[in-house]
Design a protein around this ligand. Structure first.
Ligand code: DQA
Length: 137
């Protein structure tokens, strides 16, 4: 099984960035543990702060992978292009948020991606990525 994790802007700063909201673990550290726990799954990871690069990566994985775990970060709330890419590809996508976007600022309530995904996991911390992986398994 091939799963792609795609993270958007500022998620390269996990562990440093607002730890009260996003926790103290780096994504690299979390990913190492995830790969060790699920050695039978090929877990590819891509992070970018650039909207178009996220679209390109969705297109790259979106016709051959078994699932995508997408945390588009702030682009969730603004990006028609990323929402369109999710609609355009064949691979099912789960939208992930580390924090509970329903319990934060009002502008985070709107997702331009959610309706194109098989589901959304929000507010469960990094565990949300593992739960998304288990869904695909
Ligand atoms: C986030 C929530 C977004 O609103 C925010 O812009 C992020 C991270 C999350 O994982 O909780 O950068 O996607």
């Amino acid at each position: 099984m091939k799963i792609a994790i795609i993270n958007g802007p500022n998620l390269n700063l996990l562990g440093i960035r607002e730890p009260g909201i996003y926790g103290r673990q780096t994504f690299e550290d979390f990913l190492k543990g995830l790969r060790e726990k699920y050695p039978e799954v090929q877990i590819d990871y891509f992070q970018s702060n650039v909207e178009g690069e996220l679209v390109t990566e969705l297109q790259r994985v979106g016709f051959s992978y078994d699932g995508v775990l997408l945390n588009a970060a702030a682009y969730t709330h603004t990006s028609v292009a990323i929402g369109d890419a999710v609609s355009a590809i064949k691979t099912p996508v789960i939208e992930i948020h580390i924090s509970n976007i329903a319990a934060r600022e009002e502008y985070r309530l709107r997702s331009l991606i959610a309706s194109k995904c098989v589901g959304t996991i929000t507010g469960l911390g990094l565990k949300g990525y593992e739960l998304g992986l288990l869904y695909f398994l």
